[in-house]
Design a protein around this ligand. Structure first.
Ligand SMILES: *Cc1c(COP(=O)(O)O)cnc(C)c1O
Length: 343
């Protein structure tokens, strides 16, 4: 899909200076992850760089946004959020550091490993409803009832600015990067990265990547407004859920700044998880490998200096083991036929 946008797209909501201030607030806690060359570069025929957000203390990039948001709250009774898992863990981690009460609402599709990670940090966990949208409703209800401050996983200016610090670090380490491949769900990550990267290097291409099943941001971009999408199981569980029907920040920014959105099948995500494991020896979530999947499948042409964010490592190890050993995977009503790597 090619997205028409004005040449000098401006959203006004978040500026490079906000991202730079976020970088100060998260320093020493959620910054400084490595940017490494991928062993897949030769095979692909481009210089591929991997930004390893898997090295965050919570195992995913969301600590950047959560830390930036919570550091600015001041004296509040506590925070609450809805999450597919990684944002909840980030909020729990940041809240514990700052000394705040944290409540995390999750839908039933969230893997147990993520629930355990959140509980271990001392946050209260509420499991509610079949979908992220249902969990979000419960989150809003509890926020009101208990006077807690809601921190959205993606539609929050401070969260978006925090995620944007990834782009500052990538371009400081490798100014030659000319394409960034960014996993896309609610769009906080892509909005932050696009805001910072395009301010620093206007010609850079930013491509959002997500799974075919439940691509909420792409559906919204096509419709010109947020739309309901059905949430189904995916190897990229961290990319599940909608963008919120009254989205204020991440949708307008993604619409203005993303050059393209590309969708990946479950089979393509499966093969990319294998490739990253066998070639780069990395354990990464399905949501993290969509950039690699886009290059391997040829859906994004491999040329120039490409960076992608390996967004998280919080995999269900039983499922991950099945993927890397080439076994079948069942996802609700869908079955991915197993293929050993390289076969
Ligand atoms: C949240 C998340 C994403 C997507 O980020 P959005 O800001 O919702 O677009 C991608 N990968 C992982 C591992 C995540 O936890």
């Amino acid at each position: 899909m090619s997205l028409a946008r004005p040449a000098d797209a401006q959203t006004g909501a978040i500026a490079l200076s906000d991202v730079r201030m976020a970088a100060e607030r998260i320093r020493g806690v959620a910054d400084g992850t490595p940017l490494v060359p991928s062993a897949l570069s030769d095979k692909l025929g481009c210089a591929l760089w991997l930004k390893l957000e898997t090295c965050q203390p919570t195992g995913a990039f969301k600590l950047r946004g959560a830390m930036n948001a919570l550091r600015q709250l001041g004296d509040v009774p506590g925070v609450i959020c809805c999450s597919t898992g990684n944002h909840g863990r980030a909020v729990a981690y940041a809240a514990r550091m700052i000394g705040l009460r944290a409540v995390v609402c999750l839908g039933r599709l969230v893997p147990q490993v993520k629930i355990d990670g959140i509980r271990a940090l001392g946050a209260e966990v509420v499991i509610h409803g079949e979908s992220q949208d249902a969990a979000q409703q419960e989150c809003l209800r509890l926020a009101k009832a208990q006077g807690l401050v809601e921190v959205s996983p993606f539609d929050d200016a401070a969260v978006i600015a925090g995620q944007g610090t990834i782009a500052l670090e990538m371009l400081a380490a490798q100014p030659s990067l000319d394409t960034l491949l960014v996993p896309l769900s609610g769009g906080g990550l892509a909005a932050g990265i696009a805001t910072a990267a395009k301010a620093i290097k206007p010609g850079i291409r930013i491509i959002g990547l997500t799974m075919e099943r439940g691509a909420a941001m792409q559906a919204a971009m096509r419709a010109g407004r947020p739309v309901e999408v059905q949430e189904v199981e995916s190897l990229a569980d961290s990319l599940g859920g909608g963008i919120g029907m009254s989205n204020h920040f991440s949708f307008p920014i993604c619409r203005a700044l993303l050059d393209d959105v590309v969708l990946l099948s479950e089979e393509e995500i499966y093969r990319a998880m294998q490739a990253l494991y066998f070639e780069d020896r990395m354990v990464a979530e399905g949501a993290s490998v969509v950039g690699v999947a886009a290059l391997l499948s040829g859906k994004v042409a491999a040329r120039g200096h490409v960076g992608t964010v390996i967004t998280g490592r919080n995999v269900d190890m039983a499922q991950f083991t099945r993927v890397v050993t080439g076994q079948d995977i069942c996802l609700g009503d869908m079955r991915i036929a197993g293929v050993p790597y390289g076969a």
